[in-house]
Design a protein around this ligand. Structure first.
Ligand code: NAP
Ligand code: G4F
Length: 342
C-alpha cells in the first residue's frame, strides 16, 4: 500500500487530494495546525469514513517547525509528499509578508532536505502557482513563460518552485512543480473572489445579505474545478520523469463575468447588488492570467472536465443550501450574521 504525506490537508485541495488518494487505496498522512477553534471541517467526513480502517492519519505540525516535519518524514517514510500548505491569500500576503513567504520558502526546503536525507526514492509535489507569472499582458502562459512575481505570496512560491528544480537537478530526486491556475469549489475559502460571490448570491437570494462589495472586477482569471486539478497533481508523480507542468482550462473570464453568471443561476441581475470599494484592491494587481495546458494534456493525459458554467452553478447551488440553513438559524435567533472577514 502506497503512503502519501500531505501538508495543508485541511485546505480546499487537501480535501480533494486526500479523497482521491484514499479512493485509490493509499494510506494518507496529513499535517494539521493546532488552532484554538476546530479547523478540520473540510476533512471531517473523511476522518469519520476512515476511522476504523486507520488509513487517514493526522498529526499536529506546522511547516515552520522543521523538527516536527523531519521527524514525521523519517517515521512515515512516505512514497509521495504533496506540499500544499501555504498562506494562500494573495491580498493577505501583503499584510503578513514574513509569515506568507517563510511558509513557502522554509517549508519547501525543510521537506526537500528531509526527502534527500531519507534516501528512499520519495517523490515530491510542490504546489506552484500561476500567480508567479504576474499577469502582465494577455498571452496564454506556459512552462516557458517569464515569471514576474508581484506579491510576497508569489515571491515565496517562486523560491519554492526554483528550489524544487535545484533538488531535482542536484540530487536526482523525483520532484515536480505543478503550476496551477486558479481552481475553485464549494470548499474554496470564503474570502477568495469566486466563493465570496457564490456565498453572497446564496445569502442575497435568502434575504440575509443586501449587497456584495468587490474590488477590481476587470481582473481576468482562468478558473477550473479543484477536483479536476488534484488529479493532475497525482498524475505528475506517476509520470516517467519529473518535470514542471501548467494546469489550467485555457479559458479566461473577468471577475464581472463570474458575478454575472452566479447571479444568473438564481435569476437575479448582478447590477442591482454589487458595489465596489478600493479597500479590496491590491497594492500590485495581477491583471490577466490565462494558462496553456497543452503540455499536461499531451504528456499526462490530463484534461479539465468541468466547464466555467458548471463550476459557477456547482458553487452557487452549494451556497444556496448553506444560506437556507443559515436563514433558519438567524430567524430563530440562534446565530447572528458574522463579522465580514473578506
Ligand atoms: P487553502 O485552502 O488556503 O489551504 C492552505 C492549507 O495550508 C491549509 O490547510 C492551511 O492550514 C495550511 N497552512 C497554512 N500555513 C501553514 C503553515 N505555516 N504550516 C502548515 N500548514 C499551513 O489553499 P488551497 O486552495 O487548498 O491551495 C493549496 C496549495 O496550492 C497552496 O499552497 C496554494 O498556495 C496553492 N495554489 C492554489 C491555487 C488555487 O487556485 N486554489 C492555485 C495555485 C496554487 P489551516 O487550515 O490551518 O489554515
Ligand atoms: O480570488 P482571488 O483572491 O485569487 P488570486 O489572487 O488570483 O489568488 C488565487 O489564485 C492563485 C493562482 O493564480 C493562487 F496561487 C492563490 O493561492 C489563490 O488561490 O482574486 C482573484 C482576482 C484578483 O485579481 C482580485 O484583485 O479577483 C480580484 N478581486 C476583486 N474583488 C477580488 C475581490 N479578490 C478577492 N479576494 N476579494 C474581492 O473582493
Amino acid at each position: 500500500m502506497k503512503k502519501a504525506f500531505i501538508t495543508g490537508v485541511t485546505g480546499q485541495d487537501g480535501y480533494y487530494l486526500s479523497k482521491l488518494l484514499l479512493d485509490k487505496g493509499y494510506e494518507v498522512h496529513g499535517t494539521i495546525r493546532r488552532s484554538s477553534s476546530f479547523n478540520t471541517q473540510r476533512i471531517d467526513s473523511l476522518i469519520s469514513e476512515h476511522k476504523s480502517s486507520g488509513k487517514f492519519k493526522l498529526y499536529y505540525s506546522d511547516l515552520l517547525d522543521s523538527s516536527s516535519i523531519n521527524s514525521l518524514i523519517q517515521k512515515i517514510v512516505p512514497d509521495e509528499v504533496y506540499n500544499l500548505a501555504a498562506q494562500s491569500h494573495v491580498a493577505v500576503s501583503f499584510k503578513n509578508p514574513h509569515f506568507s513567504t517563510s511558509t513557502s520558502t522554509s517549508g519547501s526546503v525543510t521537506l526537500l532536505d528531509a526527502i534527500k536525507n531519507l534516501d528512499a526514492n520519495t517523490k515530491y509535489y510542490q504546489a506552484s502557482s500561476s500567480e508567479m507569472f504576474g499577469g502582465v499582458g494577455e498571452n496564454s502562459l506556459n512552462e516557458n513563460s517569464l515569471f514576474i512575481p508581484k506579491s510576497p505570496y508569489a515571491v515565496g512560491k517562486l523560491f519554492a518552485h526554483n528550489m524544487t528544480k535545484v533538488y531535482r537537478e542536484s540530487y536526482d530526486i523525483f520532484c515536480v512543480n505543478g503550476i496551477l491556475f486558479n481552481h475553485e469549489s464549494p470548499l474554496r475559502g470564503e474570502t477568495f473572489v469566486t466563493r465570496k460571490i457564490s456565498r453572497a448570491v446564496g445569502r442575497i437570494y435568502h434575504d440575509i445579505q443586501k449587497k456584495l462589495t468587490l474590488g477590481n472586477m476587470n481582473a481576468v482569471r482562468d478558473w477550473g474545478f479543484a477536483g479536476d486539478y488534484v488529479e493532475a497533481m497525482w498524475m505528475m508523480l506517476q509520470h516517467d520523469t519529473p518535470d514542471d507542468w501548467v494546469v489550467a482550462t485555457g479559458k479566461a473570464y473577468t471577475v464581472k463575468d463570474f458575478a454575472m453568471e452566479a447571479f444568473n443561476v438564481v435569476g437575479l441581475n448582478w447590477e442591482d447588488y454589487i458595489q465596489t470599494d478600493s479597500k479590496y484592491e491590491r497594492p500590485n494587481e495581477v491583471h490577466h492570467l490565462l494558462g496553456d495546458p497543452a503540455k499536461a494534456n499531451k504528456e499526462l493525459g490530463w484534461q479539465a472536465k468541468t466547464s466555467f458554467e458548471e463550476l459557477v452553478k456547482m458553487m452557487v447551488d452549494s451556497d444556496l443550501k448553506l444560506a437556507e440553513k443559515e436563514k433558519v438559524l438567524i430567524d430563530n435567533k440562534l446565530i447572528k450574521p458574522t463579522w465580514d472577514h473578506s
